[in-house]
Design a protein around this ligand. Structure first.
Ligand SMILES: O=P(O)(O)O[C@H]1O[C@H](CO)[C@@H](O)[C@H]1O
Ligand SMILES: O=c1cc[nH]c(=O)[nH]1
Length: 240
């Protein structure tokens, strides 16, 4: 079986899939963290892998950038490959003053300038929230491992390069912690399809100080985040 964008055999994916925006980050996770990971799809070079974390099956697949691209892959994974838990592992820009490059952030909610959830929700505002069970699993694991994990609202934007001069001030005033481009769409999609979703992010840029990771570090510099996420998913019973 294959879909328009995923060419994988039935059952090729685990019930839980890590979803980085960058397909090369998916490959990095498969080759450096998972055991016996096999590439299961590569359409448009959007590679996906299934392997093992501490004896439990897990998949990882790139989504591309932004809600439109990530929604295509997430929908096909849920509808055609019976995926139950969608866990975005991405980068974000820090809005909050007390976040630094490399800090980890769990998006318990995601605000957005995208209209996808209004389209889903009859024109009304949908509160795009992470699955509470996944939030608890990751928060508990971070606490157990004594790792700092900020938890709060992020902003999922359609425009990486925003023309709005007031955006940072507005986001800060509304207690948004960070900015990225997929979580709100993923949370709306999960609600629509009756699956669970979570986004955990590493700070790759700081919008106030203009500090930024180089592109290579965005690809391979998130291992601490991946390990914490995989351990949390395992402890929470999300890996089969
Ligand atoms: O690093 P990823 O997971 O791609 O996430 C962030 O990086 C991209 C922009 O550079 C957007 O996809 C944004 O959400
Ligand atoms: O969407 C994103 C991702 C990383 N850094 C940003 O500033 N924005």
């Amino acid at each position: 079986m294959s879909t328009a964008h995923i060419a994988a055999a039935p059952g090729a994916f685990a019930q839980t899939v890590l979803l980085p925006g960058d397909p090369m980050r998916a490959r990095h996770i498969a080759e450096n963290l998972l055991i016996d990971a096999m590439e299961v799809t590569n359409v448009r070079a959007m590679c996906g892998f299934t392997g093992w974390w501490k004896g439990h099956k897990v998949s990882v697949m790139g989504t591309g950038m932004g809600i439109p691209s990530s929604s295509i892959y997430a929908t096909e994974l849920v509808q055609h490959y019976q995926v139950k838990h969608l866990v975005r592992v991405g980068t974000c820009g820090a809005v909050a003053n007390d976040l630094n490059l490399g800090d980890m952030l769990l998006a318990s909610g995601a605000s957005t300038d995208s209209h996808v959830n209004r389209t889903r929700f009859g024109g009304m505002d949908f509160a795009a929230i992470a699955d509470p069970g996944l939030v608890q699993a990751l928060a508990q694991e971070a606490s157990l491992q004594k790792q700092k994990l900020a938890i709060g609202n992020v902003f999922s934007t359609d425009l990486f390069y925003s023309p709005r001069n007031d955006l940072l001030e507005t986001l800060g005033r509304m207690r948004i912690l960070g900015i990225e481009m997929e979580a709100a769409g993923l949370y709306g999609l999960a609600a629509e399809h009756g699956v669970s979703a979570l986004a955990v992010l590493a700070v790759s840029d700081h919008l106030r100080t203009q500090q930024a990771w180089p592109s290579r570090q965005r690809q391979v510099g998130l291992d601490q985040l991946f390990r914490l996420t995989l351990d949390g998913l395992l402890a929470g019973g999300y890996l089969n």
